[in-house]
Design a protein around this ligand. Sequence first.
Ligand code: DGL
Length: 257
Amino acid sequence: DSGIGGLTVAHAIVTLLPKENIVYFGDTAHLPYGEKSTAAIQAYAVKIAHLLLEKNCKLILIACNSASAAAFDLVKEYIGTKAIVMNVIDPVVSFLQQHYAQKHVGLIGTRQTVNSNIFRKKIEKLDLGVRVSSYATNLLASAIEEFGNHRVIDSLLDVYLAHPDLENIDALVLACTHYPIIKNRIAALYKKPIDIIDPSDIVAAAVKKTLEKNHLLNNSGTSDKHFFISDYTDSFAHNARLFFGEEIQLERHPLWD
Ligand code: DGL
């Protein structure tokens, strides 16, 4: 991920798969990804995938919707058969297919994710009558990166969640991995009770299923966690410890030095 967002998914994976080793890369030097060009995100993603491969990862999960939208195909092609490559979009599309046929679903994400129209294209292909209204909540990921789950975010949410594109929806997809960090605020500030779809557990379940299918699941031994960041930020250190406890070590790994 570009920063702390992927920690929501990493945490769900560690909870579901406690015997797996995790190597996390937060590209804090280049956030927010949502405001970057597709070409820039592709360059970062390939470079990070290369590092993860060097660390002997058997599965690489792009734990960021913006990077999944911009760079999944390219990373998959780059990695080839050397590791499994997954994104955070396909598992959510399958979830919507199973549970929201004929429903109206709202989606919030970064400018990159929403402008790519990737969710809509994938969902329309399924032809199940799921109607998707997406809205780019451009400043949210940066605000979460800076403030975490803080009340200062409420004023942004007041404006964003009142947008007409998000009216009359049955559920709201959090299509940015930063957003589950403020899930309680989103649920409280949306004008009526609706289902909030947090991709973290959905994606973790998909990772488990994929590892099982490929006979790659680790059922024994202890689990190691490594956290790399391209630039040291207090926010990353604070949030990583919030999710994973005090003992975690952060290693700075600039992508282009
Ligand atoms: N967490 C990321 C996502 O899922 C990106 C946030 C950002 O860096 O803009 O889209």
